[in-house]
Design a protein around this ligand. Sequence first.
Ligand SMILES: Cc1cc2nc3c(=O)[nH]c(=O)nc-3n(C[C@H](O)[C@H](O)[C@H](O)COP(=O)(O)O)c2cc1C
Length: 325
Amino acid sequence: MATLSESDALDVLLPVQVGRVRLRNLTLLASGILDELGGSLVRAVRAGAGGVVTKSIGTHPRSGHPSPSFFEVESGAMNAMGLPNPGIEAYGEDMEAVVPEANALGAPVVGSVFAGTGDEFVALTQKMEEYGATAVELNLSCPHAKGYGTDIGADPKVMGPIVQACVDAVDIPVWAKLTPNVTDITPCAIAAARAGAEALTLVNTVKAIAIDPDLRRPILGNTIGGLSGAAIKPIGVRAAWDVWNALEKEGIHPVKNCPLVGSGGVESARDALEYILAGASAVQVGTAFLRQGYDVFGRITEGVRAWLDEQPEDDLRAVVGTAHL
Ligand SMILES: Cc1cc2nc3c(=O)[nH]c(=O)nc-3n(C[C@H](O)[C@H](O)[C@H](O)COP(=O)(O)O)c2cc1C
């Protein structure tokens, strides 16, 4: 496969608007895929990412779950990292290292945060704004950290007010990242959109367990982890599909009022297009980055642009959600 040089990658433009956030192209690096260091995020931008999402950052430093905390399976990967991070105070330095350079290259930095309470979420969101994040993504969906993520984000009555409090506390857009580990994702999507979320990221990893028959024990140190990669793409696409329909029914336009950002198994342009046609305005790339490396962003963008050249529409925005027609 051809390798894009960094200067070529910067020419791969397909600007996309997600609420107030303008991406250089439709791809974002998903949260937690690279170490939290600013330098690696800048490298992703130079390699062609339309924007980057930071690792989820919490109030205090956290070492995460015992290893093994990540391994690949045939159709993706399993992880139970346990939200390791240096804490929001220390993270200021990494934001300083990434924000000016990413922004100069036309790519926004979305600060991801996780917390156990609304007050903590608000404080973290304000800090990300202070650090120059273009938007903040609330991790309401990590499936393997007790008291965080899904424990909060699966209940619309709990997560709605948290989103609202964060929206009220900052001027930057607040995105809500939702969990697929619920019977129906749409009540959470509606709660977040009504609370003022400017975009919904769909979805985080799917709760899963793997067992080693030789050891007769679960493989992950935390036993339960999250499945990502190709295996979960149809789950993510279905989430985008359902949320598109649910928002439309509520009179919330899923492009103009509360755009969707697809996450889960995006490995190629065709995968990205599935999300776009189901209703997403942009996509995040996680596990595929771990498998394909930095070229993945340029490759997806070029493929989508080539596809668009063959369509009657000349703007990607006009194509979003059109599989529903
Ligand atoms: C190793 C690893 C670490 C992750 N860490 C985070 C995280 O800190 N915060 C978060 O919101 N999502 C996290 N995720 C979920 C990804 O951001 C993404 O939503 C998910 O992996 C699905 O996308 P993919 O199939 O492209 O990987 C992590 C995923 C992996 C594989």
